[in-house]
Design a protein around this ligand. Structure first.
Ligand code: GUN
Ligand code: FE
Length: 419
């Protein structure tokens, strides 16, 4: 498979450098980016040309954190803080995924919409139900998107209708789930998913840490998201050095994504840095659930890995374009209202978080630099502004206005065209 995409191409080289090229050529061969050229290189003149002249071509977006079973109530039930929101809204809905017919309908909606979105890679929570999670994985495998999916673990402080009762039961279900994942699946892989410390006993965390090592599996969870949650973790784990230590003492910060980290600092941040943990910033969710404004500038200054997530249904929609601009907006409020030493994120930085930076969890993903996987989006703008605008300005308009101003015209994952 070899072709060229022609159009107005934008991609990150690093956090500070966003390349924007008008009427340029992206060469993709065997699923990998080979280079971006200002004019058609002579030796490529016979290669198939997919001509999107006048359209914007961007790397696929990487959503590092979202909950598939919460998709059905997205955009509703936002007037509670995290712990009440879980008990009143989330747990009763997730319990319905015991029923495979309900799960199939809910997960089909989710996967169809995710496929049509700007997201090419996603890291997803299912529920604690093994069979529903396998069904979600099958649908994602067939979608052509690349994803990690976790069967959730929860064995304490959970309602009777949504719990695995004991660490043994939870670990047994997890091993069964892992053993039933077809070996030939290419696109969808498992990720261990202790929901968060309040709903996971030490015995469960310890067992999952061992499983992660034994099966060489990545891990995802939530960390230091909301003040009520953080106070509860202190009560539950009085001997832990910090919230992050409740994972770290079982090896669960390595090869892992920790969502939120709104209140992470000091020793907790040092632990994440030492383990190479990826922080997933979910600005819309943190606003909706009154969690706060994460100090992303501080994390970047400390060279900790950071990506972006929608956290559906804490976040109301699947748009990673919106997650980019929400990250900027939240950083501005934080700067103005909380701490003027942390300057707001720039467009370049926030774009990089959603692509190259978060993409690193999947390998060489999220850019058009040579050797990166061929994940690309083509956006057709409905109209151009009356003003003359640069490619970068058109990208900004797209990020801030999304579907209002542009249509996702084509989508490529690992070089395969989905539509
Ligand atoms: N912490 C534990 N579970 C959840 C969840 O489903 N959503 C969010 N935002 N935080 C959580
Ligand atoms: Fe979440």
């Amino acid at each position: 498979m070899e072709y060229l995409l022609r159009g107005d191409i934008c991609y990150s080289e690093n956090l500070k450098t966003l390349i924007c090229k008008e009427n340029a050529y992206l060469h993709i061969k065997d699923g990998l980016c080979q280079g971006v050229y200002d004019s058609l290189p002579k030796e490529l003149s016979s290669v198939e040309l997919k001509d999107y002249s006048g359209d914007l071509i961007l790397p696929g977006m990487v959503d590092l954190h979202l909950h598939a079973p919460q998709y059905g109530f997205r955009g509703t039930k936002m007037d509670l803080e995290l712990l009440d929101w879980l008990n009143v809204n989330t747990f009763p809905e997730e319990a319905k995924y015991q029923n495979l017919d309900y799960a199939e309908r809910g997960y089909r909606d989710f996967v169809e919409d995710l496929r049509e979105s700007a997201t090419t890679r996603a890291v997803i929570f299912g529920t604690l139900h093994k069979n529903a999670t396998l069904l979600l994985m099958k649908l994602l495998e067939e979608s052509g998107l690349v994803s990690y999916v976790g069967k959730v673990n929860m064995d304490r402080n959970s309602p009777e209708y949504l719990t695995e009762h004991t660490a043994e039961e939870s670990l047994k279900n997890t091993k069964e789930w892992l053993s039933e994942i077809p070996k030939d699946w290419q696109n969808c892989k498992p990720i261990l998913t202790p929901r968060f410390t309040p709903t996971c006993s030490d015995a469960l965390m310890e067992g999952l840490g061992k499983l992660a090592k034994e099966y060489k599996l990545p891990v995802q969870s939530h960390l230091s998201e909301n003040l009520g949650e953080i106070a509860w973790v202190k009560e539950l784990c009085p001997d832990a050095k910090h919230y992050g230590d409740t994972y770290d003492r079982y090896g669960l910060l390595e090869n892992s994504i920790m969502a939120h980290c709104v209140y992470t600092e000091g020793e907790e941040l040092s632990a994440l840095k030492a383990r190479g943990t990826m922080i997933c910033h979910c600005p819309q969710s943190n606003t909706n659930l009154c969690s706060g404004a994460a100090p992303i500038r501080y994390f970047l200054e400390e060279n900790v890995k950071v990506g972006l997530g929608t956290d559906v249904a804490g976040g109301a929609n699947l748009s990673m374009l919106r997650a980019i601009t929400d990250a900027i907006s939240v950083s501005k409020l934080r700067f103005r209202l909380m701490d003027q030493s942390l300057v707001p994120l720039t467009l370049e930085e926030a774009f990089c978080l959603a692509t190259l930076s978060g993409g690193s969890f999947f390998g060489k993903v999220g850019s058009f630099l040579p050797g990166y996987e061929g994940d690309a989006l083509v956006f057709h703008e409905k109209r151009r502004s009356v003003r003359k605008q640069t490619v970068k300005e058109r990208l900004e308009v797209l990020l801030y206005t999304g579907e209002e101003s542009a249509r996702l015209q084509a989508k490529f994952v690992q070089g395969r065209q989905l539509f």
